[in-house]
Design a protein around this ligand. Structure first.
Ligand code: UD1
Length: 420
């Protein structure tokens, strides 16, 4: 399973380039299924989740060519050879549910295993399904699968109001609407930057989409879409994680390949805690030389504070002067890092979706377990600043979303190594 062994106490210094976004590329790979022409994707992050998604679209008929050296992939699907995404693949990667929109749009039918729960919450797909139904799909749920069929063979544009601005539902419905007959309006849509990247890719393919990045997205269906080329946006969560790592170790780092606008909520909270942050066009410098001051955080859909940065910031605030209150509003069980941080000496009280962190001056290294991707990132952050050795177990969770994080941290001066 592998572990990271970290000797804490080394300030991070230097420059590092942020990889492309995991959450942006996954729906884009799915969207490649909409055309029989070749799509070229650049700046591909070397992540397990990307490999799983490629495996899934290959299973459905895509020919995927990976050029690891130049970090490119090409996806071409002359025809769909199947329309079933089975449980083994879907359970590895919840985002694989995003092939439902592509399959429905291209072939009028799709059968995708129910993703089920995951450690951070139950994560239902009801909003995706309500949207497909509004577009004329007939949905059946049985034997662990969702089967959707378009009796007329083609989805129809519809007005869809999402009860919650779900990122995945917004993406799935945009993809589905691209080839639908007529106009689809998605209201209370998610406005995350990854949605904008997906819309920009689809627009290059020939789709007609306006409003991505706002809460109302309008898609005018088109007859067909074409192959294109796209460079995936930078990963704002990786950037935020590295910024937090620099802050907690009292370091001075400059990140390139970032969009400062995307990271604003994290920048604001780090600044409030006393960190100096200088924003350039596509770079960001983070400098800190003192113990952070406690701050309160509440997670929200974009442009609010991202739930994916809640665990890393919680680890950082364990070292703060004063008490911080963290409220998680997006997922019901996203505090699994708390018990692990406590093993390192953190003083945290949990009450439902609220954590109160009493900052302490020093945490001690310990053996801890990554229970999910961002919880794993939190433990690395704690380990980088703790006294002594921290061993983070189950790092396969971390590899799903951070591309060789240890190499980047080593380049910045951290004492971290991977052991098998
Ligand atoms: C995406 C991101 C994930 C991030 C999350 C919130 C990817 C691959 N993953 O996940 O990293 O943490 O956005 O920013 O992009 N919900 C429903 N019904 C639905 C769909 C969602 O109730 O049909 C609920 C979920 O249970 C959750 C909330 O809505 O409580 C947010 O989920 P959503 O925005 O859909 O997250 P994902 O797209 O799964």
């Amino acid at each position: 399973m592998g572990a990271f062994v970290i000797q804490g106490g080394k300030p991070l210094n230097g420059n590092v380039r942020v990889s492309s976004s995991k959450n942006a590329i996954l729906p884009i790979i799915s969207a490649c299924l909409l055309t029989n022409e070749e799509c070229h994707l650049n700046e591909i992050p070397g992540l397990d989740d990307v490999s799983y998604m490629c495996e899934l679209v290959s299973y459905l008929g895509a020919k995927v060519e990976v050029d690891g050296k130049s970090r490119k992939i090409s996806v071409k699907t002359p025809e769909l050879t199947g329309n079933t995404a089975d449980y083994e693949l879907v359970s590895k990667l919840r985002a694989s549910f995003l092939v439902m929109g592509s399959l429905l749009a291209r072939s009028g039918r799709a059968k995708v295993a129910l993703p089920g729960g995951c450690p951070i919450g139950s994560r239902p797909v009801d909003l995706h399904l309500k949207g497909f139904e509004a577009m004329g799909a007939v949905i059946e749920n049985g034997h662990g699968y969702i089967e959707a069929v378009c009796p007329s063979g083609k989805l129809k544009g519809a007005n869809i109001y999402l009860d919650f601005p779900s990122v995945g539902a917004t993406e799935n419905l945009i993809i589905a609407a691209v080839l639908a007959e007529g106009k689809t309006v998605i209201e209370n849509a998610a406005s995350e930057p990854e949605i904008v990247d997906l819309a920009s890719f689809l627009t290059k393919m020939g789709a007609n989409i306006t409003g991505a990045g706002t809460d109302t997205i309008i898609i005018e269906g088109v007859e067909r879409v074409y192959g294109t080329e796209h460079t995936i946006m930078p990963d704002r969560i990786e950037a935020g994680t590295l910024m937090t790592a620099a802050a907690v170790t009292c370091g001075d780092i400059t990140l390139s390949n970032v969009v400062p606008e995307h990271i604003k909520p994290v920048t604001a909270k780090l600044r409030e805690s006393g960190v100096e942050i200088i924003e350039y066009e596509s770079e960001i410098r983070v400098r800190n030389n003192k113990r952070p001051v406690a701050v309160d955080i509440k997670t929200h859909p974009f442009p609010g504070f991202p739930t994916d940065m809640q665990a890393p910031l919680s680890a950082y605030l364990c070292f703060a002067e004063g008490a911080s209150m963290i409220v998680e509003t997006i997922f019901e069980n996203r505090f699994m890092h708390v018990n692990e941080l406590k093993r390192m000496g953190a003083q945290i009280r949990l009450d439902g979706r609220t954590a109160i962190i009493e900052g302490i001056e020093e945490m001690q290294g310990a053996q801890v377990r990554a229970t999910d991707l961002r919880a794993g990132a939190a433990l690395i952050i704690a380990g980088l600043a703790a006294k002594g050795t921290t061993e983070v177990l189950d790092i396969h969770h971390i590899d799903r979303g951070y591309e060789f994080i240890e190499n980047k941290l080593q380049r910045l001066g951290a004492d971290i190594r991977r052991v098998m």
